[in-house]
Design a protein around this ligand. Structure first.
Ligand SMILES: Cc1cc2nc3c(=O)[nH]c(=O)nc-3n(C[C@H](O)[C@H](O)[C@H](O)COP(=O)(O)OP(=O)(O)OC[C@H]3O[C@@H](n4cnc5c(N)ncnc54)[C@H](O)[C@@H]3O)c2cc1C
Length: 329
């Protein structure tokens, strides 16, 4: 939809064209080598490059900016099913999230009766898999009885199960003269709370304004890049507090016994809905939420410490599942 909209607004939007090479010759002169699906090659000269290449992270890989998140690591195993039971009534289109002892499981309704179902787990759980990947996925899904009731009569489409690992990363820089990274090309945290698409769109919106300003007034570029990176990293830090601890005992306890005292529940919902950049009341309440978390962590410090150590050990884990059909891993 965004692509079509960009085209309707006058952008030259090309599908099936892959950028193979990017060479910057001067701050406002970058040459891109492109190949089409039909095998035709051509070059583009750009004054500014916005890299939105997602997890391929074209520029970050080329410039060696990408780094693994030292604090968090998880992996996902997932597939598309037909015939899964939707939630009743007006909730039919809603995403469901279920937890199990090694992580959490999503059910995302897609058009035409398809349901994306996947488990996000700590790498050591996925490393235990033996035998066929499909069986491992199904055994994982059976671990939550409520979820399995909605899925037991469904059928996996195309017998294709995918695994993706090592997906929490960022880049040491977000941009430089003549280039900027947006979305997953800059950083990715974790699929929980669906922050990826929102952070990508919000970052892209601000990057577009930055490029416009930098092309008009090149002297402002460095300061604007710094501001954009600071803003994006601050938002990621707000999300990551929750993401890192989502499977931990303290946050689970808080989420399972929600209380709106001091409007903390509202603040968390606002944050999850994307209000995590500029609203002072929300940011103050999120600070307060962290204080309450710290007090509970102190009260249950043994459980907190065990989980903290386990999480950091998992982040150091060498699991690599990189977007490969799992049967081939
Ligand atoms: C398992 C999993 C589950 C997720 N679930 C959710 C969720 O429920 N909700 C949510 O908000 N986010 C979710 N995310 C994250 C979300 O998918 C991403 O954060 C989001 O798609 C990032 O958008 P993007 O535009 O940066 O990259 P992408 O959506 O990956 O788009 C990048 C585009 O660039 C193209 N491209 C790449 N290289 C080149 C090249 N060299 N030349 C030309 N084109 C190129 C690709 O073909 C692609 O079309 C999930 C991620 C994972 C791994």
């Amino acid at each position: 939809m965004l692509f079509e909209h960009a085209r309707a607004c006058g952008a030259s939007a090309r599908e099936g064209h892959e950028v193979l090479e990017v060479a910057q010759h001067a701050p406002r002169v970058t040459r891109l080598q492109v190949r089409t699906d039909e095998g035709r090659s051509y070059r583009i000269e750009a004054r500014y490059v916005i890299d939105a290449s997602g997890r391929d992270a074209l520029l970050a890989a080329k410039k060696k900016l990408r780094r693994k998140n030292p604090e968090h690591q998880s992996a996902a195993i997932f597939g598309h099913f037909r015939g899964a039971e939707a939630r009743p009534g007006a909730d039919a289109g809603n995403i469901s999230i279920y937890s199990f002892e090694h992580g959490w499981i999503w059910m995302i309704p897609l058009p035409a009766g398809v349901m994306s179902v996947g488990a996000v787990c700590r790498p050591d759980y996925l490393k235990q898999r033996k035998g066929r990947t499909l069986e491992f996925l199904l055994a994982t899904l059976r671990r939550n009885a409520a979820l399995w009731r909605r899925l037991e009569r469904a059928e996996l489409i195309g017998n294709e199960v995918r695994v993706t690992g090592n997906y929490s990363y960022d880049s040491t820089r977000m941009g430089g003269p003549g280039w900027v990274l947006v979305g997953d090309a800059f950083a990715f945290l974790d699929p929980v709370f669906s922050s990826g698409v929102y952070l990508a769109m919000s970052g892209a919106e601000h990057a577009a304004q930055l490029v416009d300003a930098a092309l008009r007034e090149p002297a402002t570029e460095v300061a604007l890049l710094r501001q954009l990176e600071k803003r994006q990293r601050a938002a990621m830090a707000r999300f990551s507090f929750f993401i890192y601890r989502f499977n931990g005992p303290i946050l689970r306890q808080m989420f399972r016994n929600p209380s709106n005292r001091w409007q903390l529940e509202q603040a968390v919902i606002s944050m999850l809905a994307g209000d995590l950049f500029d609203t002072p009341q929300v940011l103050r309440r999120l600070q307060l939420f962290r204080l309450v978390y710290s007090i509970l962590a102190l009260r249950h410090w043994r459980r907190w410490r065990a989980e903290h150590r386990y999480r950091l050990a998992q982040a150091r884990s060498q699991f690599t599942g990189g977007d490969t059909p799992l049967d081939k891993v």
